[in-house]
Design a protein around this ligand. Structure first.
Ligand code: 16G
Length: 264
């Protein structure tokens, strides 16, 4: 039996006892959320039409519309023009180790996941004061900026905005798929990095690119990576979707005499 039939059966068979309290549309919203969380309806399942749901639950169509719109806004349901409303697909969570200096392409390849990038920007620019400071550039030097939306299949996972000295990356247009592969060819692949991770709520533009509702949880990550000589290679600001990424760190019993400080 296909999932959509199961969901139709769920909506047809199950008694509708709306959770009590609050306006009707919120009760209906909670009922649908509970059905999803308990696995009675699944990602990709179709919802009955507004009319059928209103009849079944014995509420007005306006109430159904309000509940559904709210769930669409929350990213729980998706509306496809002309074909109806569906339970949003569950995105596969990705685990990334925090102790290995790997590239996005390598991380995904290890999981057998195919990656692609949509270029948002790449070129040589006059550096901002921040970039001059971070990358040790003089005011006459240029900065190479590359900004990419990183996807696996059709699912966007992260937005990455990297700045590098133009001496390290003289031609940003020459990068094919992987920045680190490109840097490796010129002997400039970083060997060490400091990463700072912060929680963030996604703003309108980033949420649109990552295809999640505005205000969704995200992770702001700044990576500063270094050559063996100590020279900074890249300063990258990334925004990862909070619902797709787990950063995992292995912890070992520490030497209590060590300072535990991070060398900048
Ligand atoms: C990772 C790095 C990013 C680096 C990129 C290179 C984080 C948070 N960021 O995504 O700093 O520029 O890999 O990936 O891990 P690429 O070689 O696939 O272009």
């Amino acid at each position: 039996m296909i999932l959509a039939e199961l969901s139709e059966r769920f909506f047809a068979d199950s008694a509708v006892i709306l959770p009590s309290g609050g306006p009707l549309y919120l009760q209906l919203k909670r009922w649908i959320e509970d059905a999803i969380h308990s696995g009675q309806i699944n990602p990709g399942d179709a919802l009955p039409s507004e009319r059928d749901l209103a009849l079944k639950v014995d509420v007005s169509r306006v109430t159904v519309r309000k509940a559904v719109l709210q769930l669409v806004k929350d990213g729980v349901l998706v509306q496809r023009h002309g074909s109806g409303t569906f339970v949003a697909p569950r995105t596969q969570r990705v685990e990334q180790s925090l102790s290995q200096l790997t590239s996005f392409t390598e991380d995904m390849a290890r999981r057998g996941m195919e990656v692609r990038a949509l270029w948002l920007d790449r070129g040589l620019y006059m550096p901002s004061p921040d970039e001059m400071l971070m990358l040790g550039l003089s005011s006459s030097g240029l900065v190479a900026r590359i900004a990419r939306l990183r996807l696996t299949g059709d699912t966007p996972l992260a937005i990455e905005r990297a700045s590098l000295s133009s001496e390290i990356l003289p031609d940003p247009l020459a990068i094919r798929d992987s920045l680190y592969k490109h840097l490796d060819r010129s002997g400039n692949r970083p060997i060490r990095a400091i990463q700072r991770i912060r929680a963030a709520n996604l703003g309108e533009e980033d949420a649109r690119l990552l295809q999640v509702p505005e205000g969704s949880a995200g992770l702001n990550i700044e990576r500063t990576s270094y050559l063996a000589s100590g020279r900074i290679v890249e300063f990258t600001r990334s925004i990862y979707r909070g619902d797709t990424y787990d950063f995992v760190a292995e912890l070992r019993l520490g030497d209590s005499s060590a300072s535990g400080g991070i060398k900048p």
